[in-house]
Design a protein around this ligand. Structure first.
Ligand SMILES: NC(=O)c1ccc[n+]([C@@H]2O[C@H](COP(=O)([O-])OP(=O)(O)OC[C@H]3O[C@@H](n4cnc5c(N)ncnc54)[C@H](O)[C@@H]3O)[C@@H](O)[C@H]2O)c1
Length: 334
């Protein structure tokens, strides 16, 4: 499905983080709908390096982009000589998704360098190319502020959220200094859907709980999960937002959520209905102190300026995702 009247055929499109969850879905969106576009994926791919929290440092995986026919460049956004490989192209559009996406990384230096410093370099590439720049911000910029989370009221409470908050500030400054440039930040809420599997423990609870249920195990949730809710958004709607961002008449940061908050028990209930099971939930204490208990995106300005209209309820998103959850069940992530 095409989300915009913009014709991306004959355009050159850079997707940083294109071997990751959102970036790879975006790459295939362009490949399918605009076969004459030139799509360049730039991603460091995963290596075996682990961060202090035991998770992989990056989650880009070749299996996410099998069947992709564009250009794939393995490079690190923190490395200027890697970035110089991009000077062979003139980009019309840049979608900047490469990041330390793990919200529970507390090594501040690596987060700031990867998410913030490198963003300045990517902004510079967009300036040289006069490309439209769409980049990934995050609902983590809001910390535990009460819902609805609204652009202009931020309170990051971990290094990841702070890094995305700094990216938004940098984009704002850059927009003001370069009024001819189009720079749009998208604050994704909790995204779920195909191609997230290689994010392992940082993938959404939809696939993690789906696989627990398919294992025949009790789905595991934090105590009081009926009171813990999130704005869960299906990947298709996130792709829609990325595409529509290109036509925004106004630079700025926009929330990308459904505008509706759902609790974790509801995910389990929908999954069990779809998978035909009736397992009893196993509740355990929440070990995290900095834990958002409620998110719900304010999406009025996203609707107004991006023409963004989320189309997937949690029920429809999970139903659409079920065949992929089944397909991946039992597969390793190596
Ligand atoms: N998925 C979500 O729920 C969500 C929510 C809010 C914001 N975001 C943001 O959206 C973007 C995409 O997220 P995602 O879920 O697809 O995560 P992801 O981890 O699957 O994708 C990020 C990609 O960036 C690559 N990468 C990491 N460090 C790099 C580096 N130094 N150089 C080059 N490539 C590098 C990784 O290999 C990976 O392929 C990220 O910026 C993330 O912070 C995601």
């Amino acid at each position: 499905m095409s989300y915009s009247k913009l014709d991306f055929n004959d355009k050159t499109i850079l997707i940083t983080g294109g071997a990751g969850f959102i970036g790879s879905n975006l790459a295939f969106y362009f490949q399918k709908n605009y076969p004459n576009s030139l799509i360049v994926i730039f991603d460091c791919f995963r290596n075996e390096e682990l961060l202090m929290n035991g998770n992989l440092k990056s989650f880009g995986h070749y299996k996410n982009i099998i069947g992709f026919n564009g250009v794939v460049i393995c490079g690190n956004i923190n490395n200027k000589s890697d970035l110089s490989l991009l000077s062979n192209y003139k980009f019309d559009y840049i979608f900047h998704h490469a990041a330390i996406s793990d919200t529970r990384v507390y090594d501040q230096e690596i987060i700031m360098k990867t998410n913030v410093n490198a963003f300045y370099d990517i902004l510079e590439i967009s300036k040289i190319n006069k490309s439209v720049m769409v980049y990934a911000s995050s609902a983590a910029t809001y910390g535990s502020l009460p819902s609805p989370q609204t652009v202009g009221r931020e309170n990051p409470e971990n290094p990841y959220g702070y890094s995305k908050y700094l990216m938004d500030k940098a984009a704002n400054l850059y927009s003001r200094k370069n009024p001819g440039l189009k720079i749009i930040g998208l604050r994704f809420f909790n995204v779920y859907g195909p191609k997230e599997y290689f994010k392992a423990k940082t993938s959404s609870m939809v696939i993690q709980l789906g696989h627990q249920i398919l294992d025949g195990k009790s789905p595991r949730l934090f105590e009081n999960s009926m009171q813990i809710s999130r704005d869960f958004i299906y990947i298709e709607d996130v792709i829609q937002a990325n595409i529509k961002a290109c036509t925004s008449q106004q630079n700025g940061t926009f929330n990308v959520g459904t505008g509706i908050s759902r609790n974790f028990q509801e995910i389990v209930d929908i999954l069990q209905k779809e998978l035909g099971t009736n397992l009893v939930t196993d509740y355990f204490p929440n070990p995290h102190e900095d834990y958002q208990t409620h998110t719900q995106a304010e999406i009025l300005s996203s609707k107004k300026y991006l023409n963004f209209e989320p189309m997937f309820s949690l029920e429809l998103g999970i139903k659409t995702y079920i065949p992929e959850i089944r397909r991946l069940h039992g597969q390793g992530i190596s």
